[in-house]
Every structure is written in C-alpha cells, then in structure tokens.
Ligand binder design. Structure first.
Ligand SMILES: [Zn+2]
Ligand SMILES: [Zn+2]
Length: 96
C-alpha cells in the first residue's frame, strides 16, 4: 500500500459557496465584532474557509481534498477498488 490514507469525515461546503447563507466575509477592519461571529462559524481549512452550517455529508476527506470537491464516502476511489467482485454482491439486474 502506498499513498495517503483515506479517511472518512464530515464535509462542509466552503464559505464562498452557494450553500453558505451567511453572506460574504465581513471586513474585519471596519467591523471586527461581526467578523468574529462570522469567523466562529467559518473555520479555516486547507482549502479555505468552510461553513459549519452547510453540512454536505459524510465524505472521504482525502478524495475531496484531491478533487477539490465533495466526494461522498461511498464514492471514495479506494473504497470502490476494494469492493468484492461478481457473485459476492446480489445484483437485481441479473434476475431476468
Ligand atoms: Zn456560512
Ligand atoms: Zn478516498
């Protein structure tokens, strides 16, 4: 095995996405208190600020970070790769 470990975790939309209903980041120079409140709900992540009120779901944090998009845990490419092949999983489409 090589490469980064794939971890499951909660994923939040970024603060500048349409999912954040708080509006744009206040000017902390002009409005420090407002910015403090805004900042509490929007901690910085590796990919910029996220909105804690815009929960996207359980994601693979590694895939999401690589794709710079929300990759659900179910769609993690590592997980997909280790899924059992034919015969192990019931497939309703084969019942003709
Ligand atoms: Zn927000
Ligand atoms: Zn992954």
């Amino acid at each position: 095995m090589s490469g980064p470990k794939h971890e499951r975790g909660p994923f939040y939309w970024s603060a500048d996405s349409e999912y954040c209903k708080h509006g744009t980041e206040p000017d902390w120079n002009a409005n420090g208190d407002t910015w403090d409140l805004w900042s509490d709900r929007h901690p910085a992540s590796d990919d910029g600020r996220i909105c804690l009120d815009a929960f996207a779901g359980e994601a693979c944090l590694t895939c999401s970070s690589e794709e710079v998009d929300m990759i659900p845990w179910d769609d993690c490419r590592i997980r997909v790769r280790i899924r059992p092949k034919g015969g192990m999983v019931p497939n309703p489409d084969t019942d003709h």
